[in-house]
Design a protein around this ligand. Structure first.
Ligand code: ADP
Length: 619
C-alpha cells in the first residue's frame, strides 16, 4: 500500500498528504489538484504552493519537531495559473508504516475574499517593486499634488519624519527647496521642471553637501489618459566626483605638459647658444686644418653634434606630445629628398661598412608632406638601417604607389627584429633586441611615426629576425604632376652682399669666419636693430640675416621696418629658438629661410650660394 491509498476514501475532498520530514507532497486528491489547477502535485514541496506568512511559521515548527494538529486556520495557495486562492484548512498528523505524514484538508473560502486578497497581493508587489528600485520615485497628479513616493525619495531629499507624517505637499516641496546648493536653481526646478508638461524632461540637480541628483520625469499614462507625472531621481554624486577628479587630473596633466614643453624650449635655447660657439669654432678649426689637434677637434665636433641631436630630439618629442608641432605641408618630390639623405649619410654608411644602393623613383612620386620633417623621417629610417646592419650589409630604398599614398620602403639586410620586439618598437625610449650598445635614444621611430600620422600617413614594419627589416613610410599621394623642382646649383662668383645682425659677438665672429670661405661674398654686421636699419637705408644688400632677439627690437620688428632701398633683400633668420611658433612667425613676416644655432656652416654657405644662383639667373 502506498501513501496515496490513504486518500482513497477522500477523493471528493481537497486533501494533500505531506511527508513531515521533508515537507514533500506524497499524495493529493484529484479534486484538490483540479481545484488548484495542477496536473499533479506529487513531488512538490508544500511551501512552493503555500503563500501565507502563517504557513511558513507552521512549517518551521514542524521542522523543529512540534507536530500539532491545526483546525480552521486561514491559508493561501498558489494556483498553477499564478492566481492565489484563500482556504480554510485543517491539518492532521498521520503515522503510517513507521513514517509521519500530515494530511491537509482544504475548504475554499468565498470568492470575494479571494479577489481582495489578489488585489492586496498585487498592491504589495507593486509597493515592493517601488521600494526595491535604487532610484527615488515621486508621483504627482496633474496639479503637482503628491500622489506617492518611495522611501528612497524621502532619503535622497532628507525629508524629516514629521513632514512625512503630516504628508502636506507644501511642506515636502519647501523641504526639498532647502536641499538645493543654489536656492535660485532650486526654485527654477520647482517652478519649471516639477510641473513640466512636456513628454520627457531631464535635469541634473546640485544639492547641498556636494550631492548631485539626476532627475527624469515623464507623464504617468493610463491608456490614453494622463494621470500625472512620475519623477525618478538617481544619485550621481559619486560619478560627478569621479568626473571632476578626472577633469582636474587632465588639467593638471596639461599644465604639467605645458610646463615641460616651456622648460624644454627654454633649455633648448639655453643649450644651443653655447653649443653654437663650440660647433662654430670647431667647424672653422677643422676646415682650416688644425694639426696637431685634428683628432681632438673631430671628437669635439662629434660630441657637440650628438648633443645637438639629442636636444633636437627631446624638443621635437615634447612638441609632438603637447600637440604643438606645426607642419608646413606642401608637394614634395620624394626622389630629391631621398638623394639628399643618402648623400648626407654616406660617411656613416662607410663607417659601418654598409653599402647604400642608389635610389631611382618615378617622376610622379610626389607626396604631400612637410619637407623638413620628411627629411627627418627618412634620415631616421636610413640611419637606423645603417646602424642596425652588419658589416658588408646593404640598405636600399624602393617606392610603390597605392590609390591614396606613396609608400617609401627602407630596406636593410641587418639584424632584424623579433615579432615580440616589433610590438614595442614604436613606443618612446624603447630600444630592442641586442642593439643597446649602438648609439641611440629610442626616440626617433616613435617620433617619426607620429609625424607620419600627423601628415595623414603612417610607418609600418616588416622584419625577419636575423635577416633584415623593411620600414614602410606611407604619405598622401599628390596626383597632379607639378614641375616645380629645386633649382640646380650654380657655381657663379657674382658678388653677393650680406648684412648680419646679431648682438652676440661670438655669433658675429662665427658668421664672419664662415662667409670668408665664399668667393666674392661681402659681409657687413650690426649689433643692433637700429644700426642695421641705418645701414639698410644707406646701402642695399642681397641678403639680410637677423637674430630673433636683439637688444633694441626683435628680428621680426627689424624685417618689418626694412627701408625701400633694401626691400628686395632675401631675409634669413638665424636663431637659437627652434620653436615652430617662432618659425611660423618668421615665415609670415616674409623670412625665407629659418636657420638655427648652432650653425651648420656647410648648410649656411649652401643657402647663401643658392640665393646667389637665383640672383644670377634673375633678369
Ligand atoms: P634609436 O635608434 O635612437 O635607438 P629609434 O627610435 O630610431 O631609436 O629606434 C628604436 C629602436 O628600434 C632601436 O633602438 C633599435 O633597437 C630598433 N630598430 C630601429 N630600426 C631598426 C632596424 N632597421 N633594424 C633593427 N632594429 C631597429
Amino acid at each position: 500500500m502506498s501513501p496515496s491509498d490513504l486518500l482513497q476514501d477522500l477523493y471528493r475532498d481537497l486533501v494533500i498528504l505531506v511527508d513531515s520530514t521533508d515537507q514533500q507532497i506524497v499524495a493529493a486528491s484529484k479534486s484538490c489538484e483540479a481545484f488548484l489547477g495542477y496536473d499533479s502535485l506529487l513531488g512538490k514541496n508544500i511551501e512552493e504552493i503555500e503563500c501565507a506568512l502563517m504557513d511558513t511559521f507552521y512549517w518551521e515548527e514542524i521542522r523543529s519537531g512540534q507536530i500539532e494538529p491545526r483546525e480552521h486556520i486561514e491559508g493561501m495557495y498558489l494556483c498553477a495559473d499564478g492566481s492565489v486562492v484563500s482556504v480554510d484548512k485543517n491539518i492532521y498528523p498521520i503515522a503510517y508504516m513507521g513514517r509521519n505524514y500530515l494530511a491537509i484538508q482544504l475548504t475554499p473560502t468565498d470568492s470575494e475574499k479571494n479577489i481582495n486578497l489578489d488585489l492586496e497581493r498585487t498592491l504589495a508587489v507593486l509597493r515592493a517593486t517601488l521600494e526595491s528600485t535604487a532610484d527615488a520615485i515621486l508621483v504627482t497628479d496633474l496639479d503637482g499634488h503628491i500622489v506617492n513616493f518611495n522611501r528612497r525619495f524621502a532619503e535622497f531629499w532628507a525629508l524629516p519624519e514629521e513632514i512625512l507624517q503630516q504628508g502636506r505637499d507644501s511642506l515636502v516641496y519647501r523641504s526639498m527647496l532647502h536641499r538645493f546648493a543654489d536656492r535660485k536653481a532650486g526654485r527654477q526646478f520647482m517652478e519649471q521642471s516639477l510641473f513640466a508638461r512636456e513628454e520627457e524632461s531631464f535635469i541634473i540637480l546640485h544639492l547641498r553637501r556636494n550631492r548631485w541628483l539626476e532627475c527624469r520625469s515623464r507623464p504617468q499614462m493610463m491608456g490614453d489618459q494622463i494621470l500625472g507625472r512620475v519623477y525618478t531621481f538617481a544619485d550621481i554624486s559619486a560619478r560627478i566626483e569621479a568626473e571632476t577628479r578626472l577633469q582636474e587630473a587632465v588639467q593638471q596633466a596639461h599644465a604639467a605638459n605645458r610646463a615641460k614643453t616651456e622648460f624644454l624650449n627654454h633649455m633648448s635655447h639655453e643649450l644651443r647658444t653655447p653649443l653654437n660657439a663650440i660647433l662654430g669654432f670647431a667647424q672653422l678649426m677643422q676646415s682650416e686644418g688644425c694639426a696637431p689637434h685634428e683628432q681632438k677637434v673631430d671628437l669635439i665636433l662629434k660630441g657637440a653634434w650628438h648633443l645637438l641631436g639629442l636636444i633636437n630630439e627631446v624638443l621635437d618629442l615634447a612638441q609632438v606630445e603637447s600637440g604643438k608641432i606645426v607642419l608646413q605641408c606642401e608637394k614634395v618630390h620624394v626622389e630629391g629628398i631621398v638623394h639628399e639623405c643618402l648623400a648626407f649619410l654616406n660617411p656613416m654608411a662607410e663607417k659601418y661598412q654598409v653599402s647604400l644602393q642608389p635610389f631611382i623613383a618615378p617622376h610622379s612620386c610626389i607626396v604631400e608632406a612637410d619637407p623638413r620633417r620628411l627629411r627627418q623621417m627618412i634620415l631616421n629610417l636610413l640611419s637606423n638601417a645603417i646602424k642596425y646592419n652588419r658589416p658588408n650589409g646593404s640598405v636600399w630604398i624602393s617606392c610603390q604607389a597605392s590609390e591614396e599614398h606613396w609608400i617609401i620602403n627602407v630596406h636593410d639586410s641587418g639584424v632584424g627584429i623579433s615579432p615580440e620586439d616589433q610590438n614595442r618598437l614604436f613606443k618612446h625610449f624603447n630600444r630592442v633586441g641586442s642593439t643597446q650598445h649602438i648609439e641611440g635614444t629610442g626616440i626617433g621611430l616613435a617620433f617619426s611615426r607620429k609625424l607620419a600620422q600627423l601628415m595623414r600617413g603612417d610607418i609600418q614594419l616588416t622584419s625577419t629576425y636575423g635577416k633584415g627589416s623593411c620600414f614602410h613610410l606611407s604619405l598622401p599621394r599628390v596626383h597632379a604632376v607639378d614641375n616645380a623642382g629645386s633649382l640646380p646649383p650654380t657655381t657663379t662668383t657674382k658678388p653677393i652682399s650680406i648684412l648680419y645682425v646679431d648682438d652676440d659677438a661670438t655669433n658675429r665672429l662665427i658668421v664672419k669666419s664662415a662667409v670668408k670661405r665664399l668667393p666674392n661674398a661681402l659681409l657687413d654686421t650690426s649689433e643692433t636693430g637700429t644700426g642695421a636699419l641705418q645701414k639698410l637705408a644707406a646701402h642695399s644688400f642681397d641678403i639680410l640675416i637677423v637674430d630673433m632677439n636683439l637688444e633694441d627690437m626683435t628680428g621680426i620688428d627689424l624685417v618689418q621696418q626694412i627701408p625701400d632701398r633694401s626691400q628686395s633683400a632675401v631675409r634669413f633668420m638665424l636663431s637659437a629658438n627652434d620653436h615652430p611658433e617662432a618659425r611660423s612667425l618668421a615665415r609670415s613676416a616674409g623670412i625665407e629661410r629659418y636657420m638655427t644655432k648652432p650653425l651648420n656652416i656647410k648648410e649656411f654657405l649652401e643657402a647663401i650660394e643658392e640665393v646667389r644662383s637665383r640672383l644670377h639667373i634673375l633678369p
